[in-house]
Write a protein that binds this ligand. Structure first.
Ligand code: ZN
Ligand code: MN
Length: 478
């Protein structure tokens, strides 16, 4: 057991969904495109080119800031963040400094049956840099990514465990997808993380005197590995009585190993100053409230409501809210149903339906089976019209064909035999054929009755109502 606990803050860079780049008309859909085919004087940083802000990008940032419970700077502006690097030919990045679009928000995450608020320091608008590729001795630069809109989300150092960071990262990805401001496709670099972390002795309250940053983490699993590695590395240094260097580290590979890149610069080093080529931003109350109206119910609230309204446990609710469309699908299936039925419908969806979707590689959008079909199957099974096994078979058939389960049951006469006389007739035959089992039964062997019920079920191809069969067998035998 380590005597240290991590203190972690995160920065998230998110590429939002826009047709064109942040300050020019070039296409922002750069992924996989031929290098340097989506460029113009603005995103190449040529002298004299003038930036014009992308309204849709700003709308996305504002919407996200509101969804993250931020206060909004109704008067906001762009600033130049000055630094020299070959992926930034202007010599500065257009970003926001003292007046970000949103500030002081929070995101709720659930940790071990409890919930915790991770505070959001700021949400601001900026632009991406170009992509650099090392090829032998050459450094190649692809400007297709240069100037793509980025929203930056900065948290306070509120994370105290790896679990909290991972929960937050996943929730964040889910929120931006619910909001439809970004696809957050990490394989395309649409969501990236930067980590700042240090260790303190357990129970200590103040922040450690140093902070290590790790930049450009492109996946949640690598994020997790980096934290594990950093905890190990920093623990070792602290155990030797030293204090880790305040520095920026970069990923060495996907194992989460990092190498020192540079000692940390202060914001002073960037010599931020207001961007003179773009007028300040002003949001009217009316505009803000219009944007607020477009925010749907978000994952955390939806989960709480599902637990309350449908009686689901946390695990089930979490699976169902994984995407907004999946949650909507469940709600269509369980609309107007009592809690007990709604829970049963949820288990059909989470269990059998999801299994089929994975096995047959069918996405929710391509499903032939309708929500109402699942509720019909759930109802037919729970009211005893069909057995659970038959229910599963019908589900698969509906899944493949889109055919109404009720019609399948009728057409193929799959309904359970609830007719007493029909079962009695079969039961008598089975008893006659199995004198040894009958004597076992009379000698109080409990398995004997189960065996006889099984034989009746077999004879009727699983259509006999098992409970009724058991009663009938007992009454004949006594
Ligand atoms: Zn351009
Ligand atoms: Mn940034």
């Amino acid at each position: 057991m380590s005597i240290y606990e991590p203190v972690i803050g995160l920065e998230v860079h998110l590429q939002t969904k826009t047709k064109s780049k942040m300050f020019c008309g070039c296409s922002s859909n750069y992924f996989g495109s031929e290098p340097n085919t989506r460029t113009c004087p603005v995103c190449l940083g040529l002298p004299g080119a003038l930036p014009v802000p992308n309204e849709k990008a700003i709308e996305h940032t504002l919407k996200l800031a509101l969804a993250l419970n931020c206060s909004i700077n109704k008067k906001s502006k762009f600033d130049r963040k000055n630094y020299f690097f070959h992926d930034l030919p202007k010599g500065y990045q257009i970003s926001q400094y003292d007046l970000p679009i949103g500030y002081d928000g929070w995101v709720e995450i659930e940790v071990r049956d409890d919930s915790k608020r991770i505070r959001i320091k700021r949400v601001h608008q900026e632009e991406d840099t170009a992509k650099t590729i090392n090829e032998g001795e050459n450094l190649l630069i692809d400007f297709n990514k240069s100037g793509v809109p980025l929203t930056e989300i900065v948290t306070k150092t509120d994370f105290e465990s790896i679990e909290e960071v991972i929960k937050f990262a996943k929730r964040m990805r889910q929120i931006v997808r619910y909001l439809d401001v970004s696809d957050a496709d990490m394989e395309k670099g649409q969501m990236r993380f930067e980590l700042n972390m240090s260790l303190r002795k357990q129970g200590e309250k103040q922040l450690p005197s140093y902070k290590v940053e790790v930049k450009n983490i492109g996946s949640i699993s690598v994020l997790e590995k980096v934290i594990i590695r950093e905890v190990e590395r920093q623990t070792k240094i602290l155990d030797e009585g030293e204090i880790p260097d305040q520095e920026t580290r970069g990923l060495k590979d996907m194992t989460g190993e990092t190498v020192s890149q540079r000692v940390k610069e202060d914001s002073d080093d960037y010599r931020y100053f207001p961007e003179p080529d773009i007028p300040p931003l002003e949001f009217s109350d009316n505009y803000i409230s219009e944007i607020r109206k477009t925010i749907p119910e978000l994952p955390h609230e939806k989960k709480m409501r599902f637990e309350e309204e449908y009686g689901l446990d946390g695990g089930m609710a979490e699976v169902l809210i994984s995407t907004k469309d999946f949650a909507d699908w469940y709600e269509m299936a369980s609309e107007g149903k009592k809690k007990e039925q709604a829970i049963d419908i949820a288990s059909w969806i989470i269990g059998d339906l999801k299994k089929l979707m994975t096995a047959k590689k069918v996405s929710l959008k391509k499903l032939k089976i309708k929500p109402v079909h699942i509720s019909k199957i759930s109802e037919m099974v729970s009211s005893g019209i069909i057995s659970g096994t038959t229910g599963k078979q019908i589900l698969e058939e509906s899944f493949d064909t889109g055919k109404d389960p009720e019609i399948i049951v009728k057409e193929r006469n799959l309904g359970q035999i609830g007719d007493k006389e029909e079962i009695e007739e079969v039961a008598s035959r089975i008893i006659e054929k199995n004198p040894k089992v009958v004597s076992d039964y009379k000698n109080k062997n409990e398995n004997a009755l189960k065996y006889l019920v099984g034989q009746v079920m077999r004879e009727t191809k699983g259509r006999a109502n098992p409970k009724l069969t058991e009663e009938i067998l007992k009454s004949i035998l006594e």
